[in-house]
Write a new protein. Sequence first.
Lengths: 334, 253
Amino acid sequence: MINENESFIEESTKFNNLVDSNCTKSKVFNFSYQLQDKINYYLIKSFACLVILLLIGLVAMLIYSALPAMEEFGLGFAFGDDWNPVEDEFGALPFLFGTLITSFLALMLATPVSVGVALFINEVLSKKLAAVVSLFVEMIAAIPSIVFGLWGVFYLAPFVKETLTPVLKSSLGFLPFFQGASFGIGILTASLILALMIIPTITSICRIVFKTVPTLQKEAALALGSTRFEMIKIALLRPSFSGIMGAIVLGLGRALGETMAVAMVIGNSPSISASLFSPAATMASVIANEYTEADSDLHLSALCYVGFLLFIVTFTINGLARFIVWNQSKKVGG
Amino acid sequence: MNNIVLSVKDLNVWYNDFQAVKGISIDYPEKSISAIIGPSGCGKSTFLRCLNRIHEEVPGARAEGEILLKGRNILGSKIDPVQVRRSIGMVFQKPNPFPSMSILENVTLGVRLLGVRDKSKLMQVAEQCLRKAALWDEVKDKLSQLGTSLSGGQQQRLCIARALAIDPPVLLMDEPTSALDPIASLKIENLMSDLKKDYTVIVVTHNMQQAARVADYTSFFVLGELIEHGACSDIFTNPKEQKTEDYITGKFG
Ligand SMILES: Nc1ncnc2c1ncn2[C@@H]1O[C@H](COP(=O)(O)OP(=O)(O)O)[C@@H](O)[C@H]1O
Ligand SMILES: [Mg+2]
């Protein structure tokens, strides 16, 4: 018995030795795994830092180039409505106005359409047709913005001038927004183009949002005797509010920064007018238009200042919208 | 013999080419509980979902035959499914209160869809239905909280209350307790027995004991066919078919 036990102990020490030697071996491996992990960690971390540094550097360069204008005009730059390169007089309010009004109008036009299209594709079309139609919608996003611009100049602008303006004037002409002459190019045309450009973005995000609603919720609404339309309102739109807001934010992001197409159809006049028929300019379009022909250093610097403002505006609006989404999703809990 | 409220005649249901329900005919007497049992995949849910035409929501699903609600064929093409669903309520397997709605909003949704806007009337309906669903005492102080903040069993009773709000004579339940713990299940079972006073209840269950406890009548399905239908006392103690006996004694299923 004792003998057996001893031999067992012997065996187990032998075994332990074996394990030990294995352990030392694997410790070498462990070390190298750890090293690998560390390398990976620092590599990834440095990439992440690089991106942040890039952002900071970009903003710093922008501020640096804008410094002369900042010193000259101060914060009043954002509220000055006079932009006159000849007199070296610069104020960015017209561009701020142009950017905000065109983006806002574009959202007003694009959101209902996008939500409707998303619902139509998801809820009405069969699977096959849905795939085809959504492909077409998403292909709109792939059209280069210069092509949108060309189309805007040669088709949309005349359409706005000859067809849309008379209709709007005769029906809503009493409003200050629809007064004055239309040359085709202007705020309305730019907004229409922008709307068209952001519809695919908003539509595809909305479709993803609607898809996350479980069939069970839709059936719950239908089983209570709701019509299809009521079901969409109750089970789809209501819980999707924060998701739709998110989609709008992404659309807005694109609209605020869109340059080429807008520059081609907005008329590029640094003026503020209540009429949507009048020409205007956006922050992005003025930079694109005047950058190459800026003669004075102050002009160039003022353009950089406008760029900095655009950055601030997009940053603020994105932050604000994210806050709304976050707040709403906290309330709804989903 | 009680009046027949719902009468299913030779119902066949297909999912595209696959026939899930084969020529089933059953009569449901007023103010009774009828259970549907059978191995999983035998077409219990499919059958039940035809009774309020919610099966139409599945692409490719197609039902033939007659389902007579008080003598009218609800499968008829002239009948609006919305109308059908206002007379035949449904409770689903998984509790599904609307996540964006409060308890009160959930319960009153059915009547609000009917156009009732009056606050006090809605409140009255809510209290009445929550009492019927044995939930009132638990939620009366937190009606404005989200429906999803309740426990699973409470959520399911909320869904029952929600279905009762439009006062449908027939109530369908598809495995209403399969997602719940035994105590919550028992509460729902007791609730069903209470509901029998006012409603005709048809309940799908995978749990034979449950069927034996709560139901007056039981149907036994296998592979889309009705093997046996009868009073619970007969089916569970003295089945006519060998298959039924095998199933309830646990020899297959
Ligand atoms: N949406 C569907 N599409 C195709 N076949 C389905 C669908 N739902 C159910 N089936 C099939 O129909 C049969 C019956 O299903 P179901 O009624 O859900 O059974 P049970 O509820 O008795 O478990 C099963 O064979 C299942 O695979
Ligand atoms: Mg089932």
